[in-house]
Design a protein around this ligand. Structure first.
Ligand SMILES: *Cc1c(COP(=O)(O)O)cnc(C)c1O
Length: 365
């Protein structure tokens, strides 16, 4: 069986050594040494000024909206993992879906203005597959209308444009360190902020709002990362460059073959961008390829190759959201076209040449 992803695991003996340290110290959570070290090392690796660790990638989204006191309506993309929109719902915010740009699968800035109402307070885009959104286009509209921008950067670990991290865009960016992501701490996540004061406030919010032993300054939540996963994360961080390089090699192999397959399109690298190759989406034109996306998916699955239809169905199609005015199909033609044709091929650091061949076999007639 070839799976769509495989977790980047730290060397077990090194992890055991760190566990021994934790056992000896008896400090297992609440901003311990490993937590502090991981925040520092991640901020340096990602080239961001301040970063706050979280227990997963969904809670920083929810907490970012709290921290910026976002309310009313927020403009977002339907072409993402469902947590993006759930974070709005958990804050009592009405999601307003805007269509995406097929060149990067991110929100299309040219369609944002038409969706703004007096209740709009923010934009929540997603760097889908780690492809940078049109950051400049989004920021121009945000500045013009006085809106905040919170990026769901769950896919964008380590992505840079001309040497600068895209995590510095907007007001806040959030990351997921889930097992299926390029970099993982089993479960985990982080929030990237621009200044020390905001980082302090976020650290209160993720710890029940405690600002001291007896002082609670906000209705916070518990979304802290523990020492065990922080130690794990220090070790996977050492391996991540190697893993990204291995993923790049897989992408190169896939493209080399798929370039000659009629009815299959995919993304090339963007100039000046350091990609992380977190996913390898292809888009199937059924007429030209001679098979629908779902037929291809089922055929691969029946033969032991597990691909994924990310992101199908669109978030706007789930029962919670499909009643929203912006969820109608006519409002989101590009997102629907992508969702109906996309297939993410197996992509991880451990794929062997034989496995890559096995995947590509389905495209050779
Ligand atoms: C993985 C993911 C999340 C959620 O992260 P968790 O760590 O699983 O909570 C949010 N948004 C996107 C786009 C994701 O891919």
């Amino acid at each position: 069986m070839i799976t769509v992803t495989s977790p980047l695991l730290p060397p077990l003996d090194e992890f055991s050594n760190l566990l021994k340290e934790i056992w000896d110290s008896k400090w297992i959570t609440n901003n311990g040494d490993f937590h502090k070290r991981l925040e520092k090392e991640l901020a340096a690796y990602l080239k961001v000024p301040y970063l706050s660790l979280f227990t997963n990638g969904t809670l920083p989204l929810i907490t970012a909206l709290q921290a910026l006191r976002i309310s009313g309506e927020v403009i977002t993309t339907p072409y993402s993992f469902v947590a993006t929109t759930h974070a709005l719902w958990w804050n009592g915010i009405k999601p307003v879906f805007v269509d995406v740009d097929p060149s990067n699968c991110g929100i299309d800035p040219s369609k944002i203005e038409a969706a703004i109402t007096p209740k709009t307070t923010a934009i929540m885009p997603v760097h889908c597959y780690g492809k940078p959104c049109d950051i400049k286009g989004i920021q121009e509209i945000a500045d013009k209308y006085g809106l905040k921008v919170i990026y769901d950067a769950a896919h964008a670990f380590g992505v840079e444009i001309n040497g600068e991290s895209i995590l510095n865009a907007g007001d806040i960016s959030t990351l997921s360190f889930h097992a299926t992501k390029v970099y993982n701490t089993v479960e985990g996540g982080a929030m990237v902020v621009h200044d020390e004061q905001t980082k302090k406030r976020i650290d209160y919010l993720k710890n029940f709002g405690f600002a001291g032993e007896t002082e609670v300054v906000a209705p916070g939540i518990n979304s802290k990362m523990d020492e065990i996963r922080a130690a794990y994360g220090l070790l996977t961080l050492r391996e991540v460059d190697k893993a990204i390089a291995a993923r790049n090699q897989v992408a190169i192999r896939y493209r080399k073959t798929l370039r000659n397959v009629e009815g299959i399109t995919f993304f090339e690298d963007m100039p000046g961008v350091r990609h992380n190759y977190s996913y390898f989406p292809i888009f199937v034109d059924a007429d030209k390829f001679g098979m629908t996306r779902d037929q291809l998916y089922e055929r691969m699955k029946a033969n032991g190759v597990l691909s994924r239809r990310y992101f199908y169905p669109l978030i706007s199609e789930f029962s919670t959201y499909r009643g929203l005015p912006s969820a109608v199909k006519e409002n989101l033609p590009v997102a629907h076209r992508l969702a109906d044709s996309v297939l993410c091929l197996p992509m991880h650091h451990g794929l062997t040449e034989v496995e890559i061949e096995q995947v590509l076999k389905f495209f050779c007639k």
